[in-house]
Design a protein around this ligand. Sequence first.
Ligand SMILES: Cc1ncc(COP(=O)(O)O)c(C=O)c1O
Length: 330
Amino acid sequence: MSDVAGPRSLACLNGEFAPPEETRVPIWDRGFLFGDSVYEVVRLYDGRCWLESAHLRRLEHSLAAVRITGVDLTQLMSRTRQTIEQSGVREGTVYIQITRGVAPRRHAFPAPGTPPTELIVVQPFDVRPTRLRQETGVGVVSRPDHRWKRCDIKSTNLLANVLAAQDAAEAECLEAVLFDARGYVTEATHSSVLWVRGGRIAATPEGPEILPGTTRHLARKLAERIGRSFVEEEVTLDELRTQTAEVMLVGTTIEVMPVVKLDGRPIRDGRPGPITRALQDAYAQALAEWLAAGPNAPDPWADFGVGMRRSSAHHDTSSASSASLTTAAS
Ligand SMILES: Cc1ncc(COP(=O)(O)O)c(C=O)c1O
């Protein structure tokens, strides 16, 4: 092994720093036993957390919705910064997972005061394969959406996503686009789906059927910059195939990714479309502006979560969770 210090993956479990492969979670952790946990993935550019406030808002939303309490988000972010710094990673990702803690196996919540488990992992990210795919565009498969009814919560219960993603991988595709029982597109297994119809950029309406994507939120802002309207509308899988001019995926690590093939058949001429290209350029420019503004500049995308709050409060039957969301919003 080389002893030259360079960027390396580093984990921080409940405040303890160690390489990820040496980090251990007890078998009674509820994240392991029940998937009783929520998570975030943040992209690091030049050692800084891109769209940080949006990710934090969504984490707050997820924690409140599943009633995990006792998480100090200020401390979490300070530990995140320490992990980034100690890792030396500049181009990377931060994985954050919070579980309901460690307790003897029983479905209902553990005794009050059981501390949540807090895991942060910083890893280098090799952007080159993504850059290549962003040039050529990618293929996707379609699969039925078998997930639960609260997909607005970023929970680690990802079995349905995993199975659909595996189908995509076996078909040598990047993603699986999911459709509901009525045949309408929801999102993809780990990214949001956007399309262009009638010159407008469109996405599935926010609600409990989809995760409120931080990149999708940014895309809404960037649509304005490139002179396009951004609308929320429903689209069937069949319409996605035949009535859209362009299809793209957006997400934290893939940024803006053209989709050129669906279930083995080309979309239009099988090449990335002009509006997707314009959105990619706008994304790159927004990122460059943010980096140039320096670490102390205000977050230009801090208004994330307005739509998320409205849709979730509307569908939420738990008064405790709604109350916490209101608090988080204030
Ligand atoms: C199901 C799902 N939808 C959408 C997204 C995109 O969200 P974001 O843009 O915040 O990465 C993700 C990200 O992991 C996801 O898992």
